[in-house]
Design a protein around this ligand. Structure first.
Ligand code: GLY
Ligand code: MN
Ligand code: MN
Length: 416
């Protein structure tokens, strides 16, 4: 599988070029403690390896390709302190890289530079282009290993052309293969289990974090972690989109909004559900909930390949406008901005807000969330219903269709 993905990326490279990707380093927190390691997803996508200080080097000549993997096997002493990392044989088995091309981590510079120097006369020929993952979100972004390495190469080898490969990997990552779809389904199945568990424990007077804890308990028992900070927001808290403090007592007659997910073998789910903490919607809550639910369901019924992102956004927004006009909440279309102030969805995959091109029309194989919401601060009502949708050749499949969301089903479930 990883060989196949690397072959696809090789096709995007010109002859006489190299691509170097880093898994990343552990980041120091303080004293001798580090933040949890988070692997570079582009590196992971092409290797399946989730370990710090590993590098992948692809070399493409006119007539041949070579793939190197650089990592250090753990020493006996280090293993006694921290346990052992991958052996060469394990790393080769996971990634599909031929074991004879596994080398110590520190050697990536030396080996790569042999391809820069004509007189070394390696069999491939001279590399004149180096692809690195140079993604930046803004000028202020901290430099990553790749940025430092780009500077180092340019200060030593003046004839090397450095190019960013982020886009070409993102384009491949947009279209999910069967393996990725299976992992996403597993993440969703555990999310469902977690949502059912927290709904069972919901009752007035309980704290938001108590319900988050029920979700986390299910995740711990499945040996997985949340894919992002869980939002457990009752009443008015739910009108704050990124509310994550989750430390408010939930009153009778309040709704609680959960936006949560699971990371399963690196693949994310991202689900939102909203329900009454006492198990019964008030008339008003139901009225607003049905508008959001109708938008969620109608959008999912309609989604298909060929839709543009703007059409997708408009489709959902118009359904919300229509619903809010019908109950007299708004008169003019633009008034919806007061009650609906986020996008309708985003790509999902190795990242929760996954890489991909919002300017491309939807294609079979993308996974996108559908997450309409309405937030009426003055009434203490915040509702979002979010599902994870796979676009197929003929339409789409709601991967999270089994997670409870109909009013009568929620009320029946909570009554039990
Ligand atoms: N949980 C963040 C989002 O739904 O996009
Ligand atoms: Mn979400
Ligand atoms: Mn989302």
């Amino acid at each position: 599988m990883y060989n196949k993905r690397r072959n696809n990326i090789f096709k995007t490279m010109n002859d006489n070029s190299a691509m170097l990707l880093f898994s990343g380093n552990e980041r120091k927190m303080s004293a001798d403690a580090s933040y949890p390691f988070y692997v570079n997803n582009n590196f992971y996508y092409l290797t399946g390896i989730n370990q710090s200080e590993v590098a992948l080097l692809l070399i493409k000549g006119k007539h041949s390709k070579i793939t190197y993997l650089f990592l250090d096997e753990t020493s006996e002493l280090e293993a006694k302190w921290n346990g052992s990392g991958l052996t060469y044989s394990e790393a080769s088995k996971i990634s599909g890289v031929d074991i004879k091309y596994l080398k110590p981590y520190k050697e990536f510079e030396n080996i790569l530079s042999t391809y820069f120097i004509p007189s070394r006369r390696n069999q491939i020929g001279v590399i004149d282009t180096l692809f690195l993952d140079l993604e930046r979100d803004s000028f202020e972004d901290e430099k990553q290993i790749s940025h430092h390495f780009a500077e180092r190469v340019l200060s030593h080898y003046y004839n090397i052309d450095i190019k960013d490969c982020f886009d070409s990997i993102a384009l491949l990552r947009m279209i999910k293969d069967d393996h990725e779809i299976e992992l996403t389904k597993k993440a969703i199945a555990i999310t469902k289990e977690g949502i059912n568990a927290l709904m069972k424990k919901a009752k007035p007077g309980i704290n938001e974090y108590n319900l988050e804890a029920e979700f986390n308990y299910v995740l711990d028992n499945n040996n997985v972690k949340p894919s992002f900070d869980t939002i457990a927001a009752a009443g008015k808290n739910a009108t704050v989109l990124h509310y994550v403090s989750n430390d408010t007592m939930i009153n009778d007659n309040e709704l609680i909004l959960f936006d949560l997910g699971v990371r399963y073998q690196q693949y994310c789910s991202d689900i939102s559900r909203t329900f009454p903490v006492n198990g019964k919607f008030t008339k008003r809550q139901k009225e607003i909930y049905e508008i959001v639910l109708n938008c969620n369901k109608k959008t999912i019924e309609w989604l298909h390949p060929g839709v543009s992102f703007q059409e997708f956004l408009d489709y959902g927004r118009n359904l919300l406008i229509e619903g809010c006009k019908k109950i007299g909440l708004i008169k003019e279309d633009d008034e919806i901005n007061k009650y609906y102030y986020h996008g309708l969805g985003h790509f999902l995959g190795l990242d929760v807000h996954d890489v991909g091109y919002y300017s491309n029309r939807f294609e079979s194989g993308i996974i996108i969330t559908v997450e309409p919401g309405l937030y009426i601060e003055e009434e203490g009502i915040g509702i979002r219903i979010e599902d994870d949708i796979l676009i197929t050749d003929n339409g789409c499949i709601n991967l999270s269709k089994d997670i409870i969301k109909e009013v009568d089903e929620i009320e029946a479930f909570m009554k039990k």
